[in-house]
Design a protein around this ligand. Sequence first.
Ligand SMILES: O=c1ccn([C@@H]2O[C@H](COP(=O)(O)O)[C@@H](O)[C@H]2O)c(=O)[nH]1
Length: 277
Amino acid sequence: MLSHQQLISQIKQKKSFLCVGLDTDINKIPAFLRDHEDPIFEFNKRIIDATADLCVAYKPNSAFYEAYGIKGLQSLINTCNYLPKDTLNIIDAKRGDIGNTSDKYARTFFDKASSGMDFDAITVTPYMGNDSVTPYLAYEGKWVIILALTSSVGSKDFQYLDTNDGHLYEAVIKKANTWAGADRLMFVVGATKSTEFTNIRQYAPDNFLLVPGVGAQGGSLEEVCKYGMNKDCGLLVNASRSIIYASNGEDFAEAARAEALKLQQQMAEELEKAGVI
Ligand SMILES: O=c1ccn([C@@H]2O[C@H](COP(=O)(O)O)[C@@H](O)[C@H]2O)c(=O)[nH]1
């Protein structure tokens, strides 16, 4: 489990704010792995071994595991337990419900004695408000990552609606920041929305932003850094498909490493340009 300060230290040490997304699809992994007892875990294990020195976070997306029932859940548990201790390990579950139900989701992903999993952070939908989010915050040291402005085209349907406190996504960030500090709360902001980052930094100056959308979705790392980086970096930029499916041959882990390295090198340049390192 990494604190705010430990995360910043890892970023400076590794010169990276890369989050590797483990959206592992059994139909996309190399055929030679399919004979393994747990092919999804075997794939993840090799991706993790190949990228751990280049990234500061991993983000399995729970949908890719839940889709396979008990076997998928076991792959997720195995993956969770294999993730390095010096990375921030995020479960992208996008949960949120009434308090007693959120409490069970929190137990699922945060309480190893109960479920076998102890992720450091979870993505949460804010739509049901404070009582749907506080059960996750009850777990000391764990992070809650609130969906604010998503990378999806559909973000315009609700997130840009006007409220008496700005667009809905702006109202979400302002309100959520009254529930906990920047040492416990992050926000999801899509790389495809890079022009909004300057605005967001006005009311989320210190929060880390989890930024999906670089790579397969075409977001620009340079623009995200230009508008979204704060004095400590304040960004975790996720790439999933562009890294883990860089090759589906025997060389898939080396190819994933090469893609991660490209991003890490760009990130090191951006950190130097911004004076973070
Ligand atoms: O706004 C959002 C929120 C979450 N995601 C998730 O991030 C990854 C992106 O994967 P890529 O392959 O790098 O496109 C995936 O798990 C999404 O569910 C997002 O894309 N946008």
